[in-house]
Design a protein around this ligand. Structure first.
Ligand code: ADP
Ligand code: MG
Length: 851
């Protein structure tokens, strides 16, 4: 190689700027992707390895994501790829842990398909891990170490790892420290991500092309090679007494050579291919095999592969894990009462931990890979049970506090229903009486109301509000966005205004004086129904007599936040409403402390929405259909996935979209609505759209929540593959609100993956929010499903909410029984439970209240 400048060196400037000082400037870096693309195109001309190029390209997709974590991860992976391809990186950049000096062999990196930011296919959330079949060859370094959060906080297992008797590799220790594996017990609870079956080591001759196999072989030759197209690559030949094969890596670097010293015995795992040039394994996983090693730990058995470690680190970590499991697992205290374990045939904790790390011959490989062995199930039960136990205790705690017993006599209820301009549906009527019955009891209501978009939750909320209002109490109605708060305000003024109810708006906007006055009106009791955003529950809003708090669309609130609201010195009844149908399992873990009501019926007069998926290229057809609707006097939405309000993103897409749409429909008026407009601007454009003066509304996802324009009969969703299904379903609910037949046209990028197609097809088939939500949960896992890391969703390391439905039911039933019988967990047999519970909820449970 000449000393010519590396073709990718032009990438480094922008990358360094974005990454340096721990991403300090990242927020100011916009439009990184086009810049990097351009540098890659330059690389293309310099005939860089095509696979490397496409791997780099794939990493560019999330680089301008609105989610900072996603951006960072993508940047780090880019740096890793560059480093692996031999680019010298400046110091101080966050390069992934495989330091070339350590002689790492990077895991295979077949170019993944371009990723849609919302889907994140490369690493399923922990809880979905058991579901998604993962081969051990999936890049270890990508998965983060995730500890099962039940490691004991005191006793011998909480001792620092470095105090473990015997020699500790200081490098490993430092690496572990970084991953949060600090205490002896942490090692027990860092569970294998997957397993590799090394019971049947094959001779080279026995390896079957196209199948994965593990073999032991000796390095015969190794070195850089020039493949076709002058691509530089690394190639080594390995052999045993039965034959030989080549291993290839498209990266090149001295460190690779360091991994293949001549004459060294290696354990090699990968898929053999028959190529014209001979038998070859591309990017196999390799562990060195020391001749003097007692091989029982690493061979002749199923070995654990741990998350968060590079392949070459697995070995030394595995050794440590074995030491800790052998030496310390017996110190684990069994938290579950014997009777409970016996009843459900659950393994003792110690045994489960041992077998999860080092499976026995009784464990089936497939179960191991799916995290479905008895040992896994025991730990999954553990996780779910303690979660439910915490929820049940909270529920009991709430119930034992004094609350308001509202007057729910028949005339009061009749009056509450009468204010609505329509007859309640059967489902609405059922839910209203459930709520009324809660409200009539002297303990605080704590209820979740689930209902699909447009199912009439707001109507139920207003009827419930009337119950409290008639009794002389104030009501707070909290919405997630100002647009929605505003819409609720209009509805409330229309429906309750004529009955003499004073309605006020409390949001973050308006002049200081206005805000002060509005707050004062709430504090004095002049305002009876206060509608607003989360400003409503912030410190400086006081009520004269708050009786009922209704939280709309707040599935983003976790249990902890909800209880923070309730402990503001008020004991109002609380009704949480969500329009995202939440799969039952998720609801149980998120809202296990709430009673649940469901509206499972739409108000009459709705026509079903017809949904179709189109590719980019078919946009002309999409526009044709929109034009037809517009000519019929209807209105249209065109939605771009420009992420939520308040997040700083550039609006290139939506603003470009406006131009495109305006050109397509020259005879109609097109307006733009996005999260970064001022409220006045938003109001204005929404007003125009409502009044029918704007015919096509180009918007970001601000319409997701609650915009109600019955004359809109068609919605186009661009880049549909980037949305979660539940979100698409929510968006789609914005049409089909009038009598006209409505359409939802999903436009997806040309290069959509099969997975994306499969997901979108669900939208064509189903209009049932719950079906869609289940599917969504299955595909994306709870973290992504809820759309945010701050969802209040407890992290589950073993349990899988899409799969472990029965186990969750069991856990809930048992938890209910325990709390029902011994609500303060005082019985001697429950001592272990109580201890474990305190550990796991880390005091957030306010156990003082129950004990
Ligand atoms: P959600 O809050 O669940 O999205 P809304 O309460 O906003 O649903 O209701 C959606 C639309 O249906 C509104 O226009 C509302 O006036 C109307 N609606 C609600 N309940 C009924 C009913 N029982 N009969 C007729 N129309 C209804
Ligand atoms: Mg609503």
């Amino acid at each position: 190689m000449s000393q010519a400048v590396h073709p990718f060196s032009s990438l480094l400037g922008p990358l360094r700027y974005a990454c340096q000082r721990d991403f300090a400037q990242l927020a100011t870096v916009k439009q990184l992707r086009p810049v990097l693309e351009a540098a890659l195109t330059a690389g293309e001309r310099a005939r860089v390895d095509a696979r490397l190029l496409s791997a780099l390209r794939a990493e560019l997709v999330p680089v301008d994501s609105a989610r900072t974590e996603e951006r960072k991860a993508s940047l780090v992976r880019l740096l890793g790829l560059l480093r692996d391809s031999g680019v010298a990186l400046p110091a101080g950049l966050p390069v992934p842990s495989a330091a070339p000096a350590a002689g790492a062999v990077p895991p295979p990196r077949n170019a993944p398909p371009p990723k849609a930011p919302a889907v994140k296919p490369e690493e399923p959330p922990a809880a979905a891990r058991g579901r998604v079949r993962r081969k051990p060859s999936d890049g270890d370094h990508r998965s983060e170490a995730r500890l099962l959060s039940i490691a004991p906080r005191e006793g011998p297992l909480s001792r620092p790892l470095k105090e473990l008797p015997g020699r500790m590799n200081p490098r490993l220790l430092a690496a572990l420290e970084k991953k949060g594996v600090k205490r002896v017990g942490d090692v027990l609870f860092l569970l294998p991500r997957t397993y590799e079956d090394r019971r049947h080591l094959k001779k080279i001759r026995e390896l079957v092309p196209g199948e994965k196999g593990v073999t032991v072989a000796v390095v015969k030759s190794a070195g850089d090679a020039l493949a076709r197209g002058r691509r530089r690559m690394f190639r080594a030949v390995l052999a045993d007494e039965t034959g030989s094969f080549a291993v290839t890596y498209f990266q090149a670097g001295p460190w690779l050579k360091g991994r293949f010293p001549l004459g060294k015995r290696l354990i090699v795992s990968g898929e053999l291919r028959a190529t014209p040039g001979g038998r070859e394994m591309a990017h196999p996983e390799v562990e060195p095999l020391d001749d003097d090693e007692v091989s029982s730990l690493h061979f002749g058995r199923v070995v654990p592969i741990y998350p968060g470690f590079e392949r070459h680190e697995q070995r030394s970590y595995r050794q440590l894990a074995a030491r800790v499991v052998e030496g310390c697992a017996h110190l684990l205290k069994e938290p579950l009462p014997d009777a409970l374990r016996a009843k459900h045939g659950l393994l003792p904790l110690q045994e489960a931990i041992r077998r999860i790390h080092f499976p026995t011959s009784a464990d089936v490989m497939e179960d191991l890979e799916q995290h479905a062995t008895d040992a896994h199930q025991r730990l999954a039960f553990d996780e779910l049970f303690f979660l439910q136990l915490g929820m049940q205790l909270r529920r009991v705690g709430v119930k034992t506090e004094p609350g308001i017993a509202f007057n729910v006599s028949a005339p009061r209820l009749a009056k509450a229903r009468e204010v609505l301009p329509f007859q309640l549906t059967r489902a609405q009527a059922r839910v209203v009486s459930q709520i009324a019955s809660d409200m009539g009891r002297p303990e605080p209501m704590h209820r979740l109301l689930q209902g699909d978009v447009g199912s009439g939750k707001t109507a139920v909320a207003l009827a419930s509000a009337m119950v409290a209002l008639q009794d002389g109490y104030q009501v707070a109605l909290m919405a997630p966005t100002e647009i929605l708060a505003d819409q609720h305000l209009k509805t409330a003024l229309r429906i309750l205004g004529p009955h003499g109810i004073q309605v006020g708006l409390i949001t973050a906007s308006g002049t200081a004086k206005e805000k002060r006055e509005r707050r004062a009106a709430v504090a004095s009791g002049e305002t009876r129904l206060a509608i607003g955003t989360h400003a409503l529950i912030q410190g400086d809003t006081e009520f004269e007599a708050l009786g009922l708090a209704i939280i709309d669309e707040q599935h983003r609130f976790g249990v902890i936040q909800r209880h923070a609201l309730m402990s503001k010195g008020l004991r109002p009844d609380v009704l949480v409403m969500t329009a995202t149908p939440i799969p039952r399992t998720l609801a149980m873990t998120l809202y296990g402390d709430l009673e649940v009501s469901v509206i499972d019926e739409l108000p009459p007069g709705r026509t079903p929405i017809q949904t179709r998926v189109f590719s980019d290229k078919q946009r002309a057809r999409v526009y044709e259909q929109v034009a037809a609707e517009l000519r019929a006097g209807h209105q249209a939405y065109v939605v771009y996935p420009l992420v939520e309000e308040s997040e700083k993103i550039d609006l290139a897409d939506a603003t470009k979209g406006v131009e495109q749409v305006s050109r397509a429909f020259p005879d109609f008026r097109v307006g733009l609505l996005h999260g970064r407009m001022s409220n006045t601007e938003k109001d204005e454009i929404m007003g125009e759209f409502r009044a029918g003066r704007v015919h096509v509304l180009v918007c970001t996802t601000v319409v997701e929540v609650g915009v109600d324009v019955p004359n809109a009969s068609v919605m186009v969703i661009e880049h549909a593959e980037r949305f979660g299904l539940s979100q698409l379903h929510q968006l789609r609910g914005r049409v089909g609100r009038g009598a006209a037949k409505s359409y939802c046209l999903l436009v997806s990028a040309q290069s959509r993956s099969e997975e994306a197609l499969e997901r979108l097809a669900v939208m064509e088939r189903s209009s049932d929010g719950f079906v869609i939500a289940e599917k969504d949960l299955e595909i994306r896992g709870p973290g992504e499903f809820l759309g945010t890391r701050q969802s209040g969703m407890p992290e589950l390391a073993v349990a899988n909410l899409a799969r472990d439905v029965a186990l969750l039911d069991l856990a809930q039933a048992e938890a209910k029984q325990v709390v029902g019988a011994d609500p303060r967990l005082e019985w001697p047999v429950h001592r272990g439970l109580r201890k474990a519970l305190e550990d796991r909820w880390e005091g957030r449970l306010a156990l003082a209240r129950v004990g």
